[in-house]
Design a protein around this ligand. Structure first.
Ligand code: SAH
Length: 365
């Protein structure tokens, strides 16, 4: 039996800036082209993006054709776009294999924050999360993670982000292989040029990922989804706590050389009592963390109800009284029926397993 080899050309959107430029330089050299052509092409991938090599009209036609023959520039197909009355927009993208992922663009004064996905689905099964209920499908490639930003920049008119949060679908630290190069693409001045302090990676506390992030020289921000101040309670909400218990996560946060943010979703009667505030304050003080209190998206089922506003206010006061800097997040995009997680579920024709929106609240520290 003969095996037919499918010819694949490298996707230039999968390489970090140094690797992409190096690859292009080597290719230009072989063709007898000047080396500056490499940076010229690279600038058209992210900085001033175009859809295809053909659109790089500043290059000679023969060169554009040769690039098209030897490299790919993948695209994400925009399946759905929805806009909230508060300006928040949700995008559903279809990957080449039919997988669907979500991206949210949240305007706030001068800021435009993109909430991006790092995996299709998620393996972690946090009890209150819509993406967790879907299960894990696959990791995304850099061209699909940074590609979400590229696609929004390619819209007419373009949407340009000032801030990025990895709070879309998936656990970024379980896909460090792709998230690492993606961080370079987001931050590098030759690519998307977003300041490292404006890029936040949110994790349930996957320790190897936190260590990898701390080893990066750039000042990327780390947010940790705590959601419960004791192992006993956290285990019931976040199965991952068995693998990475609270004490280890707090220790990693302590070691992290930049200020960490705790995310804490307020679940009525579950984790919002005075004793929880006292325990959480202790953990936050141990590692000098900033706490974001996140209202559970209203309409959430799975046995959870959002904490009431007075309860959240009292909880925030209790933290502040113990010297913990605390913010209560506003919900955004609530009127968009197809909220994050749900949008994908609806599109696939399944019944939405829960009505919760894991991104109703985007913590921007
Ligand atoms: N896996 C990463 C990033 C994706 S989720 C993490 O867990 O940190 C981003 C944030 O949204 C997390 O803090 C998550 O716990 C929270 N979230 C999930 N479901 C939610 C819901 N229904 N309401 C409010 N926040 C939710």
């Amino acid at each position: 039996m003969t095996v037919l080899e499918v010819p694949t050309t490298p996707d230039l959107l999968d390489f970090d800036p140094d690797s992409a430029i190096e690859l292009l330089r080597a290719w230009m050299t072989v063709r007898g082209e000047p080396a500056y052509r490499a940076t010229q092409v690279f600038a058209r991938l992210w900085l001033r993006p175009v859809r295809s090599f053909e659109d790089m009209t500043e290059l000679p036609k023969a060169l554009r054709e040769a690039l098209t023959a030897d490299f790919r520039l993948s695209a994400l197909e925009l399946a759905t776009r929805q806009k909230s009355t508060d300006g928040t927009e949700k995008f559903l993208f279809r990957m080449h294999d039919g997988q669907l992922i979500e991206t949210v663009a949240i305007p706030d004064g001068d800021r435009m924050t993109f909430c991006i996905s790092s995996q299709a689905g998620c393996a972690l099964k946090c009890a209150f999360c819509a993406t967790g209920a879907m299960g894990f499908q696959r990791n995304l490639a850099p061209s699909e993670i940074a590609g979400q930003v590229r696609e929004l920049r390619l819209l007419n008119p373009p949407i340009i982000p000032t801030n990025i949060v990895f709070m879309g679908m998936g656990e970024p630290m379980m896909n460090w292989k792709a998230v690492g190069p993606t961080l370079s693409l987001l931050n590098d001045a030759r690519a998307l040029g977003i300041g490292a302090r404006h890029i936040t990676i949110s994790t349930v506390g996957v320790l190897p990922g936190i260590i990898a992030l701390s080893e990066r020289p750039e000042q990327f921000r780390l947010a940790i989804s705590i959601h419960a101040p004791s192992d006993a309670l956290r285990k019931t909400l976040m199965p991952v706590n068995t693998k990475y218990p609270l004490a280890d996560v707090i220790e990693a946060a302590k070691q992290f050389d930049r200020r960490v943010t705790f995310e804490y979703v307020m679940l009525g009667g579950v984790n919002d009592q005075p004793e929880h505030a006292a325990q959480l304050a202790q953990l936050a003080r141990d590692c000098r963390a900033f706490v974001n209190l996140i209202p559970l998206h209203p309409g959430g089922s799975m046995g959870f109800t959002p904490s009431t506003t007075p309860v959240i206010t009292v909880f925030a006061k209790a933290l502040r009284a113990r010297g913990v800097e605390t913010a209560v997040r506003r919900s955004r995009g609530l009127d968009i029926a197809a909220a994050c997680g749900q949008l994908r579920t609806e599109r696939l024709g399944r019944r939405a397993p829960i009505a919760a929106d894991e991104h109703s609240e985007i913590g921007i520290a």
